[in-house]
Design a protein around this ligand. Structure first.
Ligand SMILES: [Zn+2]
Length: 163
């Protein structure tokens, strides 16, 4: 596996080296009398400046890669954790065909168990609770996912006797 801190160290070392080289060029400049040599030295100075800018760009890119890598590692951990418990959840069919996920063998049955969003479960690979949001027409209830905001209408569980 790539050691990211090692890359950051190498970039820092390169920046230090470029600064030291610039210092040497500055020290040498007053000693140079020949005009052609002076012109060449000025070119060297410009190229050192250019190299420093490029290395600073590399450092910024490296920092982005490190951040992205940390973020992806976090997502992988979440997905692995989800996959390890995924099989203990089953789809539960509501009236008129909408689905939510519930823990298999919930002590109070799937109707009273916490409901989880179908989209988040199947597509995002995470358990996102569906919470009661509002009453809907015909004494039915609307449930909404906390994460993706998807809504599910439960025609069988009314606001009055279901919560
Ligand atoms: Zn969702």
């Amino acid at each position: 596996m790539t050691d990211w801190s090692d890359i950051a160290d190498k970039i820092s070392a390169t920046i230090t080296l470029l600064k030291q080289t610039s210092g040497l060029v500055k020290d040498v400049a007053p000693l140079v009398q020949n005009s052609e040599a002076k012109a060449k030295l000025s070119e060297v100075r410009e190229q050192l400046l250019d190299a420093s800018e490029r290395v600073n760009d590399l450092r910024a890119v490296n920092n982005e890669i490190v951040d992205r890598n940390l973020q992806l590692e976090g997502e992988i951990r979440e997905i692995k954790s989800f996959l390890s418990k995924k099989d203990s959840y089953v789809p539960y069919r509501l009236e008129r065909g909408a689905f939510v996920y519930v823990a298999e063998n919930s002590p109070d049955g799937p109707e009273k168990a916490p409901w989880y969003c179908q989209h988040c479960f199947e597509v995002e690979h995470r358990l996102s609770p569906m919470n009661y949001r509002k009453e809907a027409e015909g004494r039915s209830a609307v449930y909404a996912c906390q994460s993706c905001k998807a809504e599910t209408v439960d025609y069988g569980r009314s606001y009055y006797d279901g919560k």
